[in-house]
Design a binder for this molecule. Structure first.
Ligand code: PGA
Length: 889
C-alpha cells in the first residue's frame, strides 16, 4: 500500500507538471479542490464557466482517473510478483498452489478434464480509445521501471522523463472517438490482446498448474498436463442487433485470426528451433525423426537444403525449422507443404520431443517444446473459436419469408401444405422436417436480410473447410423462447448449405426471467426432435447452454435474476443427467454490477453442484478484458484463479457446504426472488421509466461516444421502448445518474420483508449465492450518490418515481448494512473501500459538471451553435466517469 501511495503521488506530481507546462496551471488548482473539498459546497468549486472550460476540466479529471487506475493495476501486478513465493498465496485468493494442495491427489485427474473457455466479446463497454490504452501501457512500463529497486538514479530519471512525455500525450489526446469503430477495428483490438499477453500468459499458467501438481506428487508421473484453456470470440461473429457484422466480416475475421495464430506459432517455433543446437553425436535423433527428415528433404528440396546447410548435424533443430517453414506455407495457403490441420503439427512436435527424450534429453523435450504443444492445443490455427450469434426473431422473419415461397409454389413440408407461413415458422415439427429432409423448393429471390442469414451459415461451412471444424461452429440464438427457435437454425442451414459439410452447434441463450424458468421444458422439447437427437449422437452428447446475466437482471431485477439463474442452472443439471448429456453452461456476464459483474472466483464456487464439472465458459467484455489481460502476470493470475475456482467448485468439502446451505436457505431464496421481482416489476410497469432514464441521464447521447460498432437499441427506430434498449446502455445510463439501480433495486424490499434477521445473516455467511448477491448490491450502493441521484432524477420531472427509487435506495442500503452487520458500506472490505474513496471526489465533481452540461443543453438544444460545445463537453464528462467508475459498461 505504501508503494501505491508513492506511485499515486508521483503520477499526480507529473500530471500537475504537464498541466503547468501546458499553461493550464488553473486546472491544477481545480483538481486539487475537487479532490479535497472543504466539505461545504464541493459542487460550486470554481464552477467552470463556459463549455470550453468544462471540457478542459473533464479532460484533466479523466487523465487523473486513468492515472489512478494505472497505479492500482501496477500495484496489483507487482504484489503478485513479490508475494508469490514469499507467502505462497492462499486458497481464498485463488492461487493455484494452495488450492491444489487443499484438493489433494485427485487434482491431477480433475485437471486432465478441465476446460476453461473465456469468450472475448466486442461488447461496447470499453470507453477508452486504443490511443489512450496504448499510452497507458507505455506509462505502465516506465512506472515499473521507476519503482524497480534495481533501477539507479539515471534509470529513474529516464523513466520519469518518459512518463512526462506520455502523460503529456494523454493530456493532449482526445478521449472521444471521432468515428464509430467498425467490426474490423474491434477485431484488431482483440487480436492485439492475444499478441501482447495471452500467448505469453498461457504457458506460464500451465507451468504454475504443473508446479502445483508436482509439489504434491509422491513419485514420478508420466501423465502430461494438457492445455486447460480454449478461447472463444464473438468479435466479428456476433450480429445480434449489429447490422455491421456481415458474413463477409465473419470471413475476414477468421482470416485475420488465423493470420495471427499462424504467425505467432511460426515465430515461436523458429525461436525454439534456434535454441535446439544439440548435435547428433551427443543427442542422436530417433529413427523416426531421421526418416521424417529424409522425407522433408524430398518434399521441400530447395528450402530443406538451406536448413540443412545452416544447421548441419543438428537434426532436432532442422526438423523444427521445417515445421516453421510449413507454418508459413499454411498461412499462405500453399497447398503442397501446408499443414492440413493442427493435429499434423502436433504430431511433428511429438516426433521431436520423443526423439529428444529417447536420447536422454528430457529437459529440452519437456521445456519450451511443451509450450509449443500447449499453444497449438489452445489456439490451433484459428486462435479463438469464432461464435456466431443472432436474435431468434431474425430467424423467424427469414423463415416466414421462405415458407411464404413454399406456399406460393404449392409445395408441401412433410406431406402437408404450408397454409400459414407465420405459424409454420414457429412450428418445431415443420422446422425439424425441413432440417432433416431439406426444402421442397429451389432457392428463390430473397430479401437482403434473409440472404444475409443464409450467407452467414454458408460462410461458417466455408471457414470450417479452410481452417478446420473447430474454428467456427457455434451458433448462439439469443432470446431463445422455445424449441422452434433452436431447430430454426438447423432448418435454415439445410437450405443454405444443402449437403455440404457444416458442423453446426446450436447454443440456446436464455435471458429473460420467463425464458430462464422455461429453459428446462424448452430443452426437453428440443431434444425430442429427431434432428436434435442425431446431432447429439454425432457430438458425443455434448450440449452448451448459455445464460444471459444482464438481460435477466434488466427484466426481473438483480436479486431475482441471480436466484432465477441459479435455479434454472439446477434444472439444467438435472435435465442433462436425465438425458446423459454432457452439459456446459456458458455464462454471459458483463463486467459491471447489474450485468453479472463481481468477483469471478466467488461466482464460480457458488454455481450449483454439477453445473461446472471441470468446464467453465464465460464471456469477457470490454474493460474487463483490459483489466484481466493488461499484463502477462495479471493474465496468468486470472487464469489461475479461474482454474482454482473450477477445481474448488466440485471439491467435496465445498459441495457439501454449498448443498447444505442451499437446502437450508431454499425457502428464503424463493421468498427473496418473488418479493424482489415483484418490487422491481412494479417500478418497470409503472409506465414512464423508459422516459425517466432517458431524461434523467445522458442516455440519448451515449451513441455519440461511439464506443462500439453496434447501436444502443436493437430496433431501428429512435423510440424509447425499454424492450429495445440493450442492457449495456441501460446499466451505463443508470451509473451516470449515480443511482446504479440495476445493481440493487428490489433487494431492499425483499430483505425488509424478512423478519428472522438471524436467519438472514446466517444465509449471508453460509450461502454463496446470497453473499455474492449482497456484495454486488453493496458495491453498487457504495458507488451511488443519493444527493446527486436525486438531482439527476429530478430532471425527468416525475417526482413520484424519483421518490420511489430513492426510498428503495435508502431501504436497500439499510437492509444490506443490517444483514452484513456494518454501519457503513464496504466497512469490511478495506481495499475496495479505499479504491472507491480514492476516485469518489473526482467522480462526484464530474457528475456535477455533467449535470451542468445537461442543463445547458436543455436550454440550447444539442444541435445548435451554442449547444454543440456543450454536447462535446457532456461527452467528455461521460468518458471521464466511465474511467472513474471502472465497471460502468
Ligand atoms: P447483449 O449483452 O446485449 O449483447 O446480450 C448484454 C451485456 O453483456 O450486458
Amino acid at each position: 500500500m505504501r508503494h501505491l501511495a508513492k506511485d499515486l503521488d508521483l503520477l499526480t506530481e507529473l500530471h500537475e507538471q504537464v498541466l503547468q507546462e501546458a499553461g493550464q496551471g488553473d486546472l491544477v488548482e481545480v483538481l486539487r479542490r475537487f479532490q479535497d473539498p472543504d466539505g461545504s459546497d464541493d459542487g460550486d468549486l470554481a464552477p467552470p464557466r463556459g463549455p470550453d472550460q468544462v471540457a478542459a476540466v473533464s479532460r484533466a479529471a479523466t487523465v487523473r482517473l486513468h492515472l489512478t487506475n494505472l497505479a492500482d493495476e501496477r500495484h496489483r501486478a507487482r504484489s503478485l510478483r513479490t508475494e508469490d513465493g514469499e507467502h505462497g498465496g492462499s486458497v481464498d485468493t485463488g492461487d493455484v498452489g494452495p488450492t491444489v494442495g487443499s484438493v489433494g491427489p485427485q487434482a491431477r485427474d480433475r485437471f486432465a478434464r478441465m476446460c476453461l473457455h473465456p469468450v472475448l466479446t466486442a461488447h461496447p463497454t470499453e470507453a477508452r480509445r486504443r490511443a489512450v490504452t496504448t499510452a497507458l501501457r507505455r506509462l505502465a512500463e516506465q512506472l515499473d521501471r521507476h519503482a524497480d529497486p534495481t533501477s539507479g538514479p539515471t534509470e529513474r530519471a529516464f523513466a520519469r522523463r518518459r512518463m512526462l512525455e506520455d502523460i503529456d500525450i494523454l493530456h493532449r489526446t482526445s478521449t472521444l472517438r471521432t468515428t464509430r469503430p467498425q467490426p474490423v477495428d474491434e477485431v484488431s483490438t482483440v487480436l492485439s490482446i492475444f499478441d501482447t499477453t495471452v500467448f505469453r500468459a498461457l504457458p506460464r499458467f500451465q507451468r504454475a498448474v504443473e508446479a502445483a501438481l508436482a509439489a504434491q506428487d509422491e513419485g514420478p508421473v508420466d501423465q502430461e498436463l494438457p492445455s486447460l484453456v480454449r478461447y472463444g470470440s464473438w468479435v466479428g461473429g456476433d450480429r445480434d442487433g449489429n447490422p455491421h457484422v456481415t458474413a463477409e466480416v465473419t470471413r475476414a475475421t477468421m482470416e485475420a485470426q488465423a493470420g495471427v495464430a499462424l504467425r505467432t506459432l511460426q515465430a515461436n517455433v523458429e525461436r525454439v528451433a534456434r535454441s535446439l543446437t544439440m548435435d547428433e553425436e551427443g543427442t542422436p535423433p530417433s529413427a523416426a525423426l531421421r526418416e521424417a527428415l529424409a522425407n522433408d528433404a524430398v518434399a521441400l528440396p530447395g528450402d530443406f537444403a538451406g536448413i540443412a546447410k545452416d544447421s548441419p548435424s543438428e537434426p532436432h533443430r532442422q526438423k523444427l525449422l521445417v515445421v516453421a517453414h510449413r507454418l508459413e506455407a499454411t498461412a499462405q495457403g500453399a497447398a503442397s507443404t501446408a499443414y492440413t490441420d493442427p493435429e499434423e503439427l502436433l504430431a511433428d512436435l511429438a516426433l521431436v520431443r520423443t526423439s529428444l527424450r529417447d536420447a536422454g534429453d528430457r529437459r529440452a523435450a519437456d521445456g519450451e517444446l511443451l509450450h509449443l504443444v500447449w499453444l497449438v492445443q489452445t489456439f490451433g490455427f484459428h486462435l479463438a473459436e469464432l461464435e456466431v450469434r443472432q436474435h431468434s426473431g431474425v430467424h423467424v422473419q427469414a423463415l416466414v419469408e421462405l415458407l411464404g415461397h413454399v406456399r406460393a409454389h404449392g409445395a408441401t413440408v412433410d406431406g402437408r401444405p404450408v397454409d400459414e407461413p407465420e405459424r409454420a415458422a414457429r412450428d418445431p415439427q415443420v422446422l425439424d422436417a425441413l432440417a432433416r429432409h431439406g426444402w421442397p423448393i429451389a432457392l428463390p429471390e430473397l430479401s437482403p436480410a434473409t440472404r444475409e442469414v443464409l450467407d452467414t451459415l454458408r460462410v461458417m461451412s466455408w471457414l470450417q473447410q479452410r481452417w478446420g471444424v473447430r474454428c467456427c461452429g457455434r451458433y448462439i440464438v439469443s432470446f431463445s423462447q422455445g424449441a422452434d427457435h433452436l431447430v430454426a437454425v438447423r432448418a435454415l442451414a439445410r437450405l443454405a448449405v444443402g449437403d455440404r459439410p457444416l458442423r453446426l452447434d446450436v447454443v440456446p441463450l436464455f435471458e429473460t426471467g420467463e425464458d430462464l424458468r422455461a429453459a428446462g421444458s424448452t430443452l426437453e422439447e428440443w431434444l425430442a426432435l429427431p434432428s436434435t437427437r442425431s446431432w447429439l449422437e454425432e457430438r458425443d452428447r455434448r450440449v452448451e447452454v448459455m445464460m444471459g446475466y444482464s438481460d435477466s437482471a434488466k427484466d426481473i431485477g438483480p436479486a431475482a435474476a441471480t436466484l432465477t439463474l441459479h435455479r434454472s442452472q439446477q434444472q439444467l443439471v438435472s435435465w442433462a443427467s436425465r438425458h446423459d448429456v454432457e452439459l456446459t453452461i456458458f455464462h454471459g456476464r458483463g463486467g459491471s454490477l447489474g450485468r453479472g459483474g463481481g468477483p469471478l472466483h466467488r461466482a464460480i464456487t457458488a454455481q450449483p453442484t454439477g453445473s461446472v464439472d471441470g468446464r467453465f465458459k464465460v464471456t469477457e467484455q470490454g474493460e474487463v478484458i483490459y483489466a484481466r489481460y493488461a499484463d502477462v502476470r495479471l493474465a496468468q493470475q486470472h487464469l489461475e484463479r479461474m482454474a482454482s475456482a473450477v477445481l474448488l467448485a466440485d471439491s467435496p468439502d465445498v459441495v457439501r457446504r454449498r448443498e447444505r446451505a442451499g437446502e437450508r436457505h431454499a425457502a428464503l431464496g424463493e421468498r427473496l426472488e418473488l418479493a424482489s421481482r415483484t418490487a422491481y416489476r412494479a417500478l418497470m410497469d409503472t409506465g414512464g421509466i423508459a422516459d425517466l432514464v432517458a431524461e434523467a441521464s445522458p442516455l440519448d447521447v451515449l451513441g455519440d461516444l461511439r464506443l462500439g460498432s453496434r447501436p444502443a437499441r436493437r430496433g431501428a427506430g429512435s423510440g424509447r421502448s425499454l424492450a429495445d434498449l440493450r442492457a449495456i446502455p441501460w446499466v451505463f445510463a443508470w451509473s451516470m445518474t449515480r443511482v446504479n439501480l440495476p445493481g440493487w433495486y428490489g433487494l431492499g424490499t425483499a430483505l425488509a420483508a424478512e423478519t428472522d434477521r438471524d436467519a438472514l445473516r446466517a444465509a449471508y455467511r453460509e450461502w454463496p449465492v446470497l453473499s455474492s448477491m449482497l456484495d454486488v448490491a453493496e458495491m453498487s450502493l457504495a458507488k451511488s450518490h443519493e444527493e446527486l441521484a436525486g438531482e439527476f432524477l429530478d430532471r425527468a420531472g416525475r417526482p413520484e418515481l424519483t421518490a420511489t427509487i430513492l426510498a428503495e435506495m435508502r431501504r436497500t442500503r439499510e437492509q444490506v448494512l443490517d444483514v452484513l452487520g456494518q454501519t457503513t458500506l464496504l466497512e469490511h472490505k478495506p481495499h475496495l473501500r479505499t479504491a472507491v474513496e480514492r476516485r469518489q471526489p473526482l467522480i462526484d465533481a464530474l457528475s456535477r459538471v455533467q449535470l451542468r452540461c445537461l442543463e445547458e443543453l436543455d436550454a440550447t438544444g444539442a444541435d445548435t451553435e451554442e449547444g454543440r460545445p456543450w454536447h462535446r463537453a457532456l461527452l467528455l464528462t461521460i468518458s471521464g466517469m466511465a474511467a472513474g467508475l471502472q465497471n460502468t459498461g
